[in-house]
Design a protein around this ligand. Sequence first.
Ligand SMILES: Nc1ncnc2c1ncn2[C@@H]1O[C@H](COP(=O)(O)OP(=O)(O)OP(=O)(O)O)[C@@H](O)[C@H]1O
Length: 235
Amino acid sequence: MYPVVLRQVAKTYHLDAVDVPALTDISLEIRPDCFTVISGPSGSGKTTLLNLIGCIDRPDHGEVVVAGQSVNEMTDDAMSDFRAGHLGFIFQNFNLLPVLTAYENVEYPLLLAKILAAERRRRVLALLDAVGLAERAQSRPGQLSGGQRQRVAIARALATEPKLVLADEPTANLDSHTGAAIIALMRKMQRMHHVSFVFSSHDPQVQAEADDAIFIRDGRITGVERCRAATVDAP
Ligand SMILES: Nc1ncnc2c1ncn2[C@@H]1O[C@H](COP(=O)(O)OP(=O)(O)OP(=O)(O)O)[C@@H](O)[C@H]1O
């Protein structure tokens, strides 16, 4: 099953009396178990598209289906539960809670999901180890470098064992060396956890790692490149 299907999707923002069309007639299938990058110039609609795929917003027209569920039909509460249960998010500014340690930041979504203490501990320790931060579990975000913070954010995004991880410009606030290490880590985690990753990015390093590349301009898809064979075939 495709983790994401969009059919003839459109989205317009209403700013005072002005309509700002952000996406027009978007039809798209995201392949499972793939590293998919959405590329396009500033203002082309990348974040709007990620917000629809991430069940943060709804389309005005068309249908968005994520993990087999139609987003159009969900109530706000159902969307929120769906995000917590099925999706992971990675942001360009990391979005970690500053008063919590690395361990507690990764544990936080598991507390919200009411996962039992022993299982929480098992998952948090395994994830911190996998992202190379076992020794920094008790550090707060302010005591970590940008790259280390993004490693914590990657571990947090995977804690609930989501089917799909969405990342909006995940390397934008990192130098190119750290960005390359973060991309390699996300690639490793994507394969290890058999999860689909969808990124928006201007970063050629991210684009070079993609299985699939989606190009967007002025709110329309201008190209889809299937760069590599997926590990799992969609039906
Ligand atoms: N909340 C909003 N209200 C009004 N217009 C918006 C809003 N969010 C985005 N837009 C407009 O929608 C269009 C698409 O914006 P979007 O942020 O999706 O593009 P983007 O490709 O992610 O841009 P960037 O790379 O600069 O982040 C732009 O014209 C933008 O100005």
